[in-house]
Design a protein around this ligand. Structure first.
Ligand code: BG6
Length: 493
């Protein structure tokens, strides 16, 4: 197994919100890894920027701690660490104040021809003001790119407003909207599985597939993010972006190529084909839940309301829903989606269940014949399982068993699995937008989500309580069982 380092052009990366959680947990460790792997060219600079008045030395200390906390000791040799820290610089600047911007301009002036990346690791209310400042200070060169993260709006309307405020300064090819799920290794593998194998594509349709499940389950609660989370909820936080993106990759037509717009055009068609869930429909095809106190592997945990420090909130920490894609390929194939906090296990997986065989040639004594299933596990233990029927080995007549053809990537390839941010940040520098959401995709996803939110908003029903450490409210089980199907349960979990 070999890995390949694709060289990138010389760049300056400015991280707004450089002392925040994202920079600390993801961006600095990811940049360090790419540097250590030799992908960051000599002379490339990483400039932290935030309101906090810090010296360069204090920011270097902050970055060092971030790397020590998030990169295994064996993965951070002293010489790589020194080289990385030397790249760092820091400027204090506030989107609401004039101070600091001229200084940022001076630092950047030394690299006017370089690729310039502004990573806005800040709340969305600052996207517009920061972009305006960048324009006013003439910091946007032809080779400049801007990176933003969700929440990209709370609704279609606010997403459009955000897109407009950024679009006043940056053209669409300069805007990189991160959905970190698209940077995950196994998500990439989904493309390889579908389009680099002849086996699946002929049966990848309603003629052969019974239904698809997408589960993104977390054992964590809302942790320190209760303030944000309570304004979002699971539908906005996970379904509008990550889960719909996964659905698109499963359901899209083969793109002409892997170039950014070919891919995004196909994903957009899927989003536009989602059958709207409006009015009463939401009560039948969606289930909202909210966790109560319970226990997870780590012991007793508080309920959502206690974590929030409130006695009332209608915010869902769990959602299950049945989506349908109204097009030729998928008509009649339900996509069951579910995600939640404080569930019984941490797992993200896509399960494609094929239709039963049309006729069994075996005696009843052979046992039941289960349908084939393709399970694409994103995390943990990335891998693919194809469930097949085989004959039980040995004498005793024909007895059939359902067994997985199991490919765990950790076993198959002995390489470190890079964090999604490593790939995504380098793609920004390379100018490859394939793994980033285009404006129309984000807005089309909201167009499907908005009516569900509206319908929940007008309903008197509250999210159904579920005990932390379970698989969510029983109504989520009923949602799929009403259709004669069950949620896939891996024995390993
Ligand atoms: C984020 C959500 O986008 O994804 C979080 O805001 C969630 O609530 C996280 O915990 C899950 O990401 P991952 O990569 O840990 O599955």
């Amino acid at each position: 197994m070999t890995s390949r380092i694709i060289p990138v052009d010389l760049f300056d990366l400015v991280v707004f919100g450089a002392t925040g959680d994202l920079a600390q947990r993801k961006l600095l460790p990811a940049l360090f890894h790419r540097d250590m792997q030799g992908q960051v060219p000599p002379g490339a600079r990483i400039i932290g920027c935030s309101r906090r008045a810090l010296s360069r030395e204090a920011f270097v200390d902050f970055a060092l701690k971030a790397i020590e906390d998030h990169v295994a000791a064996s993965d951070r040799p002293a010489d790589s660490l020194t080289r990385f820290l030397e790249r760092l610089d820091y400027v204090t600047a506030d989107a609401a104040q004039d101070a600091g911007w001229a200084e940022l301009g001076q630092r950047l002036a030394a690299g006017a021809d370089r690729v310039r990346v502004f990573y806005l690791a800040v709340g969305p209310d600052l996207f517009g003001p920061i972009c305006d400042r960048l324009a006013a200070c003439q910091l946007v060169t032809p080779r400049t790119r801007v990176v933003i993260e969700k929440p990209l709006g709370k609704s279609g309307k606010s997403a459009r407003a955000l897109n407009e405020s950024i679009g006043r300064v940056f053209a669409e090819p300069q805007i990189y909207r991160i959905d970190h799920y698209l940077g995950k290794e196994t998500v990439q593998n989904l493309m390889a599985l579908r389009f680099a194998n002849a086996l699946f594509e002929p049966v990848w349709n309603s003629g052969h597939i019974d239904h698809v499940q997408i589960t993104v389950a977390e054992t964590l609660g809302v942790e320190s993010r209760a303030g944000y989370y309570d304004t979002a909820g699971a539908l906005r936080d996970m379904v509008q972006n990550h889960i719909l993106q996964l659905l698109c990759l499963v359901a899209m037509e083969p793109p002409v190529s892997t170039d950014a717009d070919s891919l995004r055009d196909e994903k957009l068609k899927v989003l536009k084909s989602l059958r709207p869930v409006a009015g009463d429909q939401a009560a039948h095809v969606t289930v909202r839940g909210q966790y109560r106190a319970g226990a997870t592997g780590g012991g007793a945990v508080k309920g959502y309301l206690e974590e929030l420090g409130s006695t009332a909130s209608r915010t869902e920490t769990f959602v299950a829903l049945k989506a349908e894609i109204a097009n030729w390929r998928w008509s009649g194939v339900p996509f069951y989606l579910r995600t939640g906090k404080r569930l019984a296990g941490r797992v993200s997986e896509i399960v494609v269940t094929f239709k039963p065989i049309p006729h069994s040639v075996f005696d009843a004594s052979a046992g039941p014949i289960a349908p084939n299933r393709l399970v694409i596990r994103l995390q943990p233990d990335e891998g693919v399982k194809l469930w097949l029927m085989i004959k039980d080995p040995g004498p005793g007549g024909m007895r059939l068993s359902h067994v997985p053809l199991d490919m765990s990537f950790a076993d198959a390839f002995n390489v470190r699995n890079p964090d999604a941010y490593e790939r995504l940040i380098m793609d920004v520098v390379r100018g490859n937008q394939a793994l980033f959401m285009r404006r129309d995709e984000v807005e089309a996803a909201w167009a499907w989500i908005d009516p569900i939110l509206d319908s929940w908003g007008t309903s008197a029903e509250l999210p159904k309580p579920y005990t932390a450490g379970t698989w969510g409210p029983s109504a989520a089980v009923a949602l799929i069982e009403r259709d004669g199907r069950t949620w896939y349960e891996d024995q390993d979990l």
